[in-house]
Design a protein. Structure first.
Length: 259
């Protein structure tokens, strides 16, 4: 376990695996680097992967202060600086995709290619999840809420064949205040105005059946980033990269290698 130090002194844990050109993998809200465990090896035949525990998760510090997706992007750069990485490909999913937008927009010289998965531009232009989804996730019965989240991530058939535990359902050791801070950071994300400033070659990936982060957001992002390409995975829900890894991983690898 290695740590970088963010500009405000927060220690950010990061992990490096594999050999070759670096690929930064950014996980979803309230999750640590284990989000990527099921698929990160899919990239190791051609590149190394760098993951991190966002502040508030995993082995990183957990300051009880306001978090933001732009601030998480600064933490990513601190990791790259400490790891001695000048430029990297960046692949972010869900909230990690929101963070990746800021990394690419604010630090264009640090990003080679960009992949934005199951994510949103945020702000008033984004399409929010429906009220029925919000109610299902907010129900007081913790087991029922967790099942609702599982159903948003995976198809019922796949869940039945893969009962878990799933690394995409949240960091179990995360303190409640940090969960609230992550939720606020993701909810407060708005990169609409900076998306046209992204110069990295960009691929946008989304499942056609994603209700957690509605699929229409993929087209919104694609339309804002110059030259961005959109790929929709039929039948996939929010965790498309895991359930549909045999489609998603080759798709992303081919895009990255084409550069």
């Amino acid at each position: 376990m290695t740590h970088a130090t963010a500009p405000d002194g927060t220690r950010i844990a990061y992990q490096v695996q594999g050999c070759g050109p670096p690929l930064v993998l950014l996980s979803g809200q309230a999750n640590n680097h284990h989000w990527w465990d099921p698929v990160r090896a899919d990239f190791h035949d051609t590149r190394s992967t760098i993951t991190l525990d966002f502040r508030g998760t995993g082995e990183s510090d957990k300051p009880d202060v306001a978090y933001s997706t732009a601030g998480f992007a600064d933490d990513v750069i601190a990791v790259l600086d400490t790891a001695g990485v000048e430029r990297a490909d960046v692949y972010g999913t869900s909230m990690g995709g929101r963070v990746a937008q800021w990394v690419a927009a604010r630090y264009p010289d640090r990003v080679c290619a960009l992949v934005l998965g199951c994510t949103s531009p945020g702000g008033r232009h984004a399409l929010e999840r429906g009220p029925e989804v919000r109610r299902a996730l907010a129900q007081p019965d913790a087991a029922a809420a967790r099942q609702a989240l599982t159903d948003l991530m995976y198809t019922p058939a796949w869940s039945a064949a893969h009962p878990g535990p799933h690394a995409t359902l949240g960091d179990p050791a995360m303190p409640p205040f940090a969960r609230r801070r992550h939720f606020a950071a993701s909810a407060g994300h708005d990169a609409w105005d900076v998306l046209p400033q992204i110069t990295a070659r960009t691929l946008v990936v989304h499942g056609t059946d994603d209700l957690f982060n509605p699929t229409a957001n993929a087209a919104l992002i694609t339309g804002r980033i110059p030259g961005a390409r959109l790929e929709l995975i039929p039948g996939a829900r929010h965790a498309y990269f895991e359930e549909f890894r045999t489609v998603a991983s080759p798709l992303v690898r081919h895009f990255l290698d084409a550069g």
